[in-house]
Design a protein around this ligand. Structure first.
Ligand code: NDP
Length: 290
């Protein structure tokens, strides 16, 4: 069994991105990070993004509107960032506190600054196999992990568990693209799927993104398959200082002896997501320079 080491792959991508940013003419790429409220997970995600940006040489502009900001004022803030020629990418940290309408805020971000890849136009470009858009960071990270671990999807049966707009659907579309490294035969499963284990057992490559701790058990996988575990779930663990541990959507201990390659949680897909955000910001800077 080969462990697909997301930390090591992310570290080499960060080095590559840094040399590309160093070689850019003109100003450095700039990423605006908007965080509303003090949700502890959001605070730590934004810090991580700020640090990775600094490591690469990307400028980050942290914007912390008050938790009481109105929908209209937040949308005006996004409009201002859209119009600012010194800002290349905009990220609004999810989740936004209630009663803010997150989807409306995401949709307000101009497609050419949508480095999170949530804009309708950018999702549509994946379907059209048009590389000028931004691919959402987690699906892009999954594809990068597959490529860099030598997993070619051509001719393979790829089963995606989950159909969310930020992971399941885009990753399924990417795996399906008629391109080198992709060209998979794709099945998407969700909570309405009947006899899920019968389908997952047919997978040469299984991508799990359902948010159910250790849901995929050994009887659900084909021996020798490749598993990408996107899930990040907190489960109680009294032995940890925090009182919880992180586990994926796959029962790693039970499944890993059977498979040819697998990502761990943590240390698999997670570190790739931030890298892909930086890659998208660099792409936005290059597009804005044209
Ligand atoms: P969502 O909750 O938006 O979507 C979950 C999907 O899984 C839905 O399509 C749902 O089906 C399906 N599902 C839920 N339960 C079952 C079940 N028992 N059987 C079959 N399908 C099921 O989650 P996300 O896509 O946002 O996230 C998925 C996981 O990935 C989470 O653990 C999340 O924390 C993690 N994640 C990790 C990231 C990273 O950087 N590594 C980034 C983003 C997410 P239906 O549509 O029918 O409701």
């Amino acid at each position: 069994m080969q462990l697909i080491d997301g930390n090591a792959i992310a570290a080499s991508i960060i080095t590559e991105l840094k040399s590309q940013v160093d070689a850019l003419p003109g100003r450095r790429p700039c990423l605006a990070l908007v965080r509303v409220g003090e949700d502890p997970a959001s605070v730590s995600y934004v810090k991580k993004k700020e640090k990775t940006a600094a490591d690469i040489g990307i400028e980050s502009r942290i914007i912390l509107p008050p938790v009481t900001i109105s929908q209209a004022a937040l949308e005006t803030l996004i409009d201002d960032l859209n119009a600012d020629p010194t800002v290349d990418g905009i990220l609004v940290q999810s989740p936004l506190p209630k009663p803010l309408n997150e989807l409306a805020v995401f949709r307000r971000i101009a497609a050419h600054k949508d480095v999170d890849g949530f804009h309708t136009l950018n999702l549509g470009k994946i379907a059209q196999e048009d590389d000028t858009g931004f691919v959402a960071c987690t699906p892009a990270g999954v594809m990068e992990l597959l490529a860099r671990s030598g997993t070619d999807l051509n001719g393979k049966h790829v089963v995606v568990l989950g159909r969310s707009l930020i992971v399941g659907k885009p990753v399924a579309l990417l795996a399906l693209q008629k391109k080198a490294g992709a060209n998979g035969t794709v099945t998407i499963c969700h909570s309405g799927t009947t006899d899920l284990p019968a389908i997952t057992r047919l997978a040469d490559v299984l991508i799990a993104a359902i948010g159910r701790p250790e849901f995929v058990k050994s009887h659900m996988v084909k021996p020798g398959c490749v598993i990408i575990d996107v899930g990040i779930n907190r489960v109680p663990d009294a032995t940890k200082k925090t009182g919880y541990k992180l586990v994926g959507d796959v029962d790693f201990a039970g499944v890993s002896p059977l498979v040819s390659k697998i990502t761990p949680v943590p240390g698999g897909v997670g570190p790739m997501t931030v890298c892909m955000l930086m890659q998208n910001t660099l792409k936005a800077r290059r597009l804005s320079a044209r």
